[in-house]
Design a protein around this ligand. Sequence first.
Ligand SMILES: NC(=O)c1ccc[n+]([C@@H]2O[C@H](COP(=O)([O-])OP(=O)(O)OC[C@H]3O[C@@H](n4cnc5c(N)ncnc54)[C@H](O)[C@@H]3O)[C@@H](O)[C@H]2O)c1
Length: 250
Amino acid sequence: MKLQNRTFIITGATSGMGRAMALEFSREGAKLILSGRNEEAAEELLSLLQTEAYFLAGDVSDPGYNQRLVELALEKFGLLDGLLTNAGMLGLGSITDLPLETWTQTFNVNLTSVFHLLKASLPHLQKSPNASVVINSSIAAFKSFPNHPAYCASKAGLVALAKQAAVDYAPHVRINCICPGPVDTPFIHASAVAFPDPAKAVENAGRNTLVQRLGEPEDIAKLALFIASDDASWITGSVYTIDGGILAKG
Ligand SMILES: NC(=O)c1ccc[n+]([C@@H]2O[C@H](COP(=O)([O-])OP(=O)(O)OC[C@H]3O[C@@H](n4cnc5c(N)ncnc54)[C@H](O)[C@@H]3O)[C@@H](O)[C@H]2O)c1
């Protein structure tokens, strides 16, 4: 097992990619603190995990909540080996239509939340011999989508944050970023609302990849596992697109 007894916090853990990451990491022996907002989905997920895991409900944009996630990891496990920062929101609307509150909330949830969690956890991650942080951004950091200004800009911020933090916290903590393309989760259907024909937009998103399908949450979880594990011990400050070839296609 690649993560035997390693301890991770996963945000956005109760659905989509975060849920797939929790299942994949647990299969590989990791102990988990799960962050999310849906108690029922969390209960169901906890029942499926093969390792020790705890759920703490809250809003990732709240600095105090991020502090409590780290405290729970230390209380239950005694140490913290890694983070999967994965919670995100869309905040749709073109600049002229977008209320400042939505812009600010999108940045708070997508980007500043990662600052809060890193701030609370880095002093402890630095004590781990194998610390690894995986930040879930998006190809929206590199490719524009209509009516997604707050989303694209906040996801681009995550790419820069991952690379910068990797410099300050080397060599003890590896920090990397993953940038998925269209993945079959509730999120992509919510995103498609920004297009004139949402159903067609989802269909096209899969068809427009070089491999001609949407990503599955498990595709992303496998990449997160590789980066979090010692197989990636020489990888830090890197940015991985995982998009079925969309960016290559142009
Ligand atoms: N699905 C895609 O096509 C796609 C592509 C690229 C990147 N992403 C990113 O992947 C990540 C996971 O999304 P997903 O596709 O699995 O969708 P999802 O909707 O299944 O998961 C998003 C999760 O974030 C959580 N979340 C949102 N706001 C929160 C808040 N304020 N506090 C706590 N939790 C909050 C939600 O509760 C949910 O669990 C997101 O950051 C998203 O931007 C998604």
